[in-house]
Design a protein around this ligand. Sequence first.
Ligand code: HEM
Length: 438
Amino acid sequence: MLELEDIQAGVLRPRPVPYAATYIVLRIDDRRAGRELMRRASRVVASAAHTNSPAGDAWVSASISFQGLKALGVPPDSLDSFAWEFQQGMVARAGALGDTGESSPANWEHPLGTPDVHVVVTGLAPDARRLEAALERARKAYQELPGITAIWRQDCYTLPTEREHFGFRDGISHPAVDGSGIPGTNSRERPLKAGEFVLGYRDEMGGFPPTPRPEALGRNGAYIVFRKLYQHVAAFRQYLKANASRPEEQELLAAKMMGRWRSGAPLALCPFHDDPQLGADPRRNNEFLYAEDDSIGYKTPAGSHIRRTNPRDAAVPGIVRLHRMIRRGTAFGPPLPEGVLEDDGADRGLMFAFVGAHLGRQFEFVQSEWINSGAFIGAGDAKDPISRTSDEAGSFSIPRRPIAKRLHGLPRFVVMRGGEYCFMPGLRALRWLADLPT
Ligand code: HEM
């Protein structure tokens, strides 16, 4: 059984729709203050239990970077037991993640990418009023603590369209997790073992994922990846216009790149025209697989964003179930008004968050092998047309009869602006951190 009362809500609970969210980065300048912060956080953060309570719709969670654990004085043998990617931090992994050129750490927003990022406090609620109330409780935990400084903040909110900035409905597809009480979105996929996402439980390999020591610290924790991704909306619109003549063709091209129409309706279920009712229907909009009727990708190209990031039952090397992830995307910045094709210089994009027990075989694998490479689908160096952050120009192939349509010189539409690998401890573990001997 999953110990839901000990697992932070931020690990398992899907974000509400609509939503308001805030990410606050804290620096620990004084070890004792850091430990007091952990004690207060353990009283403020929400647990994953009571998923149906309305009050449970607004919650605060706290996660800690490797530098943060060091600042708290976690003993070396415990530090060494964390995943090595986490120990290195996101900057050191930039090459592997394709964070190059404009996306490279040298260009990140300060202080992201510096050793000052210690704790990330996330507030999530259905609206600004309830977010403010949840944050007020969190602020009490850090504001009157000399030795703790808030050094960065990002506010996010649902756009009026309830879509992300490129215009697509997001937050549709989520894996079902055994024992979480939270239903999955695709009844054709078997729920995943809880150990894929929460440390201390059996995973899909049949064993237990390497859990940080001691158990009091590692159990019921999860790794979290934060990435601030800038979206070049004008460039995306210009690209659609330059490569498709009529508006309907532009919509089809956008859908082929994503694997879904902007309404959320999957190409797998309506390949020729959009079906907004299907897109909005959570009982139907994720009910599909690929192998049986679309092995080639005539409906959903193998290189589209959603088929790359979750090939489901399509024939790809390896075992797809070992590379699933819990995602939380929240939009920041004002929308670029409809129809505008010139950039207005505003900061807009997606705060991407990944949750899982395996940084390497989940997030890093998907980012490097499925998003930034085409080898797994026999497409050489073709990359994800939506979410790659690397500089090299991409290509994209749309299977068609008699011959595929190939698009070359695909620009990058997403730029990485900074982020970090964090660990979201269980509630008991927060108290363990608070009680570390001096
Ligand atoms: C700004 C960048 C991104 C945008 C605009 C974006 C947008 C979207 C949208 C609109 C969907 C379809 C809705 C849904 O299925 O929930 C989606 C699905 C998904 N995205 Fe992204 N995404 C971005 C970056 C990423 C990154 C960096 C990753 C992984 C490293 C990722 C992984 C996924 C996964 C796993 C799915 C679900 C696929 C499925 O189960 O069918 N996305 N994304």
